[in-house]
Every structure is written in structure tokens, then in C-alpha cells.
Design a protein. Structure first.
Length: 229
């Protein structure tokens, strides 16, 4: 991974997102590629979601809080602490397998994703398939990642028209010293590595969703709270 410079820090501070190459050590990347290939393609141990409960459509194969994903959540923590200038703490990890015909709806993330990383583990794309952050495209190949403020920046991907496979790892953090976000440490779970059903996430986030089903930003949540007094 590249050494963090003042230029990187300033870029992230200004644009609220930044792309990095060579994120993982080559040996770790090789292990990750083989591991997720086994999970998604060999033993097929994953969940299938649709637009009724996810931002990826028309369906998506994924898994939440896998042990390797959660381990990488910690492995990369020191680097992104330095880049953000914040005392970050982990919330959760999520791995996805993208295929032809899938897309990512435009959205902002839930409060557990104050600082987010989308890392490409594997891709056999011949053409770029960028993630758009505030309508600015950012393409990633294997071992490249985008670190961004997920609760502030709208992001999306257009429909994938190429017959390809992409394994994307999502790692999420919050600022330990921000009282709005720090209550979402471990995504409300008892601890790192615990499964999705170890906490009632619908109950946990009920007050942070707007009437039209979108996540409330910190500012909108505080405004809503004041209006209810």
C-alpha cells in the first residue's frame, strides 16, 4: 500500500473520497481471492438479496461479517485511521459478488458506514465498471479501493452489461469520538465476527430512516429530533 502523504489527507478532507491501489499485501490478496472463490462459487455459502431489502438489484449474492472479511476490517484499520485523521472503530464487513445485469441504486449509507471502503478483490472485467460518487466515476481493478464518507456522499453503479464476475469487499467504520456515530460500533452486534442475526437491525435503525425509506443524515436526524421536542 502506498505511504499516506499530506496530499492524500488533504484530498480526502476536500473531496471526502480517495482511491488507493495495492491495498493488500500480494499474499493476503491471493488468499482472499481463493477464499471468496470457494465461498461464492464452490460451496456457494452466501445470502441472496433483492431490491426489497437491498440496494443492489435485481438480486445479489453476498455475505455479512464473514471471518476473513472481519479480519481485513481490522487489518486495514490503522491505515484508514491515519488517512481520515479520526480514531476509527470498526462496525461491519460485507462481501458481494456482482454479475451481469446487476446494478447499485443511488443511495447514502446507514449510520454504521460513516467511513466506508469498497475494495475490489477479484475482477475479470474487460471494460471499466465504475462506482459513481456524487456523479463522478471511479473505476477499480483487483486490489484497488475507494475510501469515502458513505453517509454523506451519494454513490451508485450503473447496470453491468458485461458477462463478468466482480468480488467486492465493503469495510465500514465510525469515528469513536463522534457521539452520533459511535453508538454503531460493531453495527450494534455483541462483538466483531458475530452474525447478522445477533442483533435486530430493523429495531436498531428504526429512528434513522425517513418517511420515504431513505437513511437520515446526521443533520436531518438532529433536525427531526428537535422537531419532536
Amino acid at each position: 500500500m502506498k505511504k499516506i502523504t499530506e496530499k492524500h489527507i488533504e484530498q480526502f478532507k476536500t473531496k471526502k473520497y480517495i482511491k488507493f491501489e495495492n491495498v493488500l499485501d500480494k499474499k493476503i490478496l491471493s488468499v482472499a481471492k481463493n477464499y471468496y472463490d470457494i465461498k461464492f462459487n464452490k460451496i456457494k455459502e452466501y445470502h441472496v438479496t433483492t431490491l426489497s431489502d437491498d440496494v443492489v438489484g435485481p438480486y445479489n449474492n453476498n455475505f455479512y461479517a464473514d471471518p476473513l472479511s472481519e479480519s481485513l476490517l481490522y487489518e486495514l484499520l490503522p491505515f484508514y485511521k491515519k488517512l481520515s485523521g479520526k480514531d476509527l472503530i470498526p462496525t461491519y464487513s460485507f462481501a458481494r459478488l456482482y454479475k451481469k445485469g446487476q446494478f447499485l441504486n443511488s443511495h447514502i449509507d446507514r449510520p454504521a458506514c460513516q467511513f466506508s471502503l469498497t475494495l475490489c478483490i477479484y475482477s475479470n472485467l474487460k471494460n471499466p465498471w465504475p462506482i459513481f460518487i456524487e456523479d463522478e466515476g471511479c473505476s477499480t481493478s483487483s486490489n484497488e479501493a475507494v475510501f469515502y464518507k458513505g453517509c454523506e456522499l451519494n454513490h451508485y453503479r450503473n447496470t453491468l452489461n458485461e458477462d463478468a464476475s466482480i468480488v467486492q469487499l465493503h469495510l465500514h467504520y465510525v469515528d469513536k469520538n463522534d457521539d452520533f456515530y459511535n453508538k454503531f460500533v460493531f453495527d450494534g452486534r455483541p462483538g466483531i465476527g458475530m452474525p447478522y442475526n445477533s442483533v435486530n437491525l430493523n429495531e436498531r435503525y428504526r429512528d434513522y430512516i425517513s418517511e420515504n425509506g431513505e437513511w437520515l443524515t446526521k443533520e436531518l436526524y438532529e433536525k427531526k429530533k428537535l422537531q419532536s421536542l
